[in-house]
Design a protein around this ligand. Structure first.
Ligand SMILES: [Zn+2]
Length: 210
């Protein structure tokens, strides 16, 4: 964490017309993460990126820790400074990260999911064609390939990426129009019906309860 802060301080002296990503470290320790953000804000960074959260993703959609980290970072970061979340790319989780104050995401999950046969939807990735039929994907790859998409990892990856981008675009709209809360409710309802074992709803409630 200290190394990263030192490097960011160095970089801030060097750049003129570029943006330095102020990378937050601190692993699983919220107190270190708080120190990290405070130091970056003191350095005057105009872009914050939340690091080393990947090991906490993918555990049955348990988003409590990531949620706590984002909420804390958002509270300490000036409102006009965007927050980037490294490694988050499951379209069912992104709305919750946006609701907590994240603005930018990057992830190669769309490829890894496709390699393992997972079809992404805004309500969770699935291997059940009945879920896909209920969702009714409007992307060009699904319209073209129809059910053959399940046996073609490249086309599946394209569908997955299209879905991620579409969700991010829609989240931007919902944030402007104020419809994000309703959307979260809709996602939780269908996600929980499809995946009763998922921790998404319970861990989200834990974030909300503080
Ligand atoms: Zn599709």
């Amino acid at each position: 964490m200290n190394q990263t802060i030192e490097r960011v301080a160095e970089a801030m002296q060097l750049v003129e017309r570029a943006v330095v990503a102020g990378v937050q470290q601190g692993g699983r320790f919220l107190d270190l993460r708080e120190r990290s953000i405070r130091a970056l804000v003191d350095l005057g960074v105009r872009y914050v990126a939340l690091g080393s959260l990947v090991p906490f993703f993918g555990r049955n959609h348990h988003i409590r820790f990531a949620g706590q980290v984002i909420r804390q970072a958002r509270a300490l970061t000036p409102p006009d400074v965007p927050i980037h979340l490294y490694g988050a790319g499951d379209p069912v989780e992104l709305p919750f990260y946006v609701a907590l104050g994240c603005d930018v995401f990057d992830s190669s999950a769309f490829v890894h999911f496709a390699r393992d046969g997972w079809y992404m939807t805004p309500f969770g990735a699935t291997k059940d064609p009945a879920h896909a039929a209920e969702f009714g994907c409007p992307c060009p790859y699904c319209r073209e390939a129809d059910s053959a998409i399940w046996n073609d990892a490249r086309q599946l990856a394209r569908h997955n990426l299209w879905t991620v981008v579409d969700v991010v675009r829609r989240l931007g709209e919902l944030r402007r129009t104020g419809g994000l809360d309703d959307y979260l409710g809709e996602v939780l309802d269908r996600h929980t019906r499809w995946f009763p074992e998922s921790q998404l709803a319970t861990s989200w409630r834990e974030v909300m309860d503080g």
